[in-house]
Design a protein around this ligand. Structure first.
Ligand code: TYD
Ligand code: MG
Length: 487
């Protein structure tokens, strides 16, 4: 007979430890290691040959599959992030800080689906039914046919749902408050959260209902509780926003049924969340064109262009090691931009504290933002404001060269739409050809840039910026450049 072996498994990350220990070496969680018997786990019986399994048929990759039917809420910023609506039987995890508006968003989604005569159930483990109802009244949704309950025991919830018509959408607010009698731990513990999520996922897969689990977020932005829940669900969506600001960003971190680079934009108003129709205008609304240190980046978020304001501050430092801090921008990219400006354009930044901020709480991940960040930085350092009505995009290479980026045309079109008249952009693909450093292996990108430079957009005057030295020269001598460009 096979010997029954025990092993010690972290209930947070699933790492296996050789013996019990207070802290998991892999994820750093305390008291998360539990003893599990391997002989009783999944697949143990097959390994022992004790029981025969059911024989099933295998199919090939070429078998026809119907395209997945989607359930759209009609809230287009929400549907965009889910990849075009909910897939029946899928499970989504929505994470976000307390008070960001998760419950508000989902009650609005529920009401939108209820309007389409779908059965929608909202289970709140945190608030009493009256509180949820009050919120709905505030949102003017009190008349919608959403079914509410305040429950925390998963078995009761599933039994109740099996009674009537299968719901199209089930909201669990929040997964951390749920518990199942199948697990012995206290509610809120990792084991309970995982077991409750497992039961709800099984419910979704067997009935075809879409389930949204709301998850709390810890201080460092991680969804609290077991990371394994993130692996178990089909999509992980985070709802973010900046304290004090009213707009909120919905972002897919993982999506088995759609892209993960789309964002949805909302504004929190006195009557719930409203969709943001013109995101670029929103992120630029507070801009002060005259101020040095501000550059407008023509970016792409997912499939849509978005203008974002990048602010930099370079101030003389009294510290032995000057401070470098960023909000919404990759710190390593800032370090690289600083190094390139020092090495290739002769700027001295070693005695300056440098701060870089992406206005509006947005996170910019594109390398195309390099040029805008560098322009803002040079502008702050020299005290010269950037030319009025300019947008910037381009990737900075270590050689100091500004490299072409994809989707130039939509970026310029968005800028023109919002009344910008100039753009500082990378040299065309042909001009960059003589340098072996150019990233233009992709013919699509090269073509796009060719288009931009050969067929000028009537409303936008493109100023081609070849390297960081010419960027610095253009910013440091605005009078000369303006005299040349505006006779
Ligand atoms: P809530 O959805 O309860 O947040 P979460 O579920 O993520 O914890 O939202 C709470 C905040 O939203 C609260 O501070 C009040 C604000 N709010 C509005 O500004 N307008 C509204 O119409 C509603 C319903 C809430
Ligand atoms: Mg809530």
């Amino acid at each position: 007979m096979a010997k029954s072996r025990a092993s010690f498994i972290c209930q947070n990350c699933g790492a296996v430890a050789p013996r019990w220990q207070g802290r998991c070496d892999a994820c750093g969680a305390w008291n998360s290691i539990a003893e599990e018997s391997l002989a009783s786990g999944i697949g143990a019986q097959a390994a022992q040959g004790a029981a025969k399994g059911r024989v099933f048929s295998l199919s090939g990759l070429d078998t026809e599959t119907e395209s997945l039917p989607r359930l759209t809420s009609g809230i287009s910023e929400f549907d965009r992030v889910t990849g075009g609506g909910f897939v029946p039987g899928s499970v989504l995890l929505l994470g976000g800080e307390p008070g960001i508006g998760k419950s508000t968003l989902l009650i609005q989604v529920c009401a939108a689906l209820a309007r389409q005569k779908r059965r929608v159930v909202y289970i709140s483990g945190e608030e009493a039914v009256d509180q949820v109802r009050l919120r709905a009244q505030r949102l003017d949704l009190a008349q919608s046919a959403v079914e509410l309950a305040a429950e925390t025991k998963v078995e009761d919830i599933i039994a109740t749902l099996h009674e009537g018509r299968c719901p199209a959408l089930l909201i669990i607010d929040s997964i951390q408050t749920m518990w199942t009698q199948a697990a012995e731990a206290v509610p809120g513990t990792v084991t309970q959260v995982r077991a409750a999520a497992q039961a709800l996922i099984r419910y979704a897969k067997t009935t075809g209902a879409t389930v949204i689990l709301i998850g709390h977020v810890t201080k460092d932005g991680q969804i609290a509780g077991p990371r394994v829940v993130e692996h178990m669900v089909d999509a992980v969506i985070s709802f973010e926003g900046e304290g004090g600001r009213d707009f909120r960003i919905l972002r897919a971190l993982k999506n088995r049924f759609g892209p993960t680079d789309e964002i949805g934009l909302f504004e929190m108003t006195g009557r719930g969340l409203s969709e943001v129709a013109n995101p670029s205008a929103l992120f630029l609304s507070g801009r002060d064109l005259e101020a040095p240190g501000t550059a407008v980046f023509a970016g792409i978020e997912g499939t849509r262009p978005l203008l974002v304001e990048i602010q930099a501050l370079a101030a003389p430092s009294s510290l032995p090691t000057p401070r470098r801090a960023t909000v919404g921008f990759e710190p390593n990219r800032l370090a690289m931009i600083i190094a390139v400006l020092e090495a290739r354009a002769g700027l001295r930044l070693g005695q300056h504290d440098i701060y870089l901020n992406v206005a509006g709480g947005l996170k910019v991940n594109e390398p195309a933002a390099d040029l805008a960040a560098a322009a803002a930085l040079v502008s702050s350092l020299t005290g010269h404001s950037l030319p009025k009505g300019s947008v910037f995009f381009g990737e900075i290479g270590l050689s100091g060269q500004i490299r072409p980026v994809a989707h130039s045309l939509p970026r310029l079109k968005e800028a023109a739409k919002l009344g910008f008249s100039r753009a500082m952009i990378p040299a065309s693909a042909q001009e960059a050809d003589d340098s072996p450093k150019t990233s233009d292996k992709n013919p699509k990108i090269a073509d796009k840039n060719k288009d931009v430079n050969s067929e000028p957009l009537t409303d936008i005057r493109s100023h081609i910026c070849g390297d960081v030295a010419s960027l610095v020269a253009a910013i440091a001598a605005p009078a000369r450049r303006d005299a040349r460009r505006d006779p």
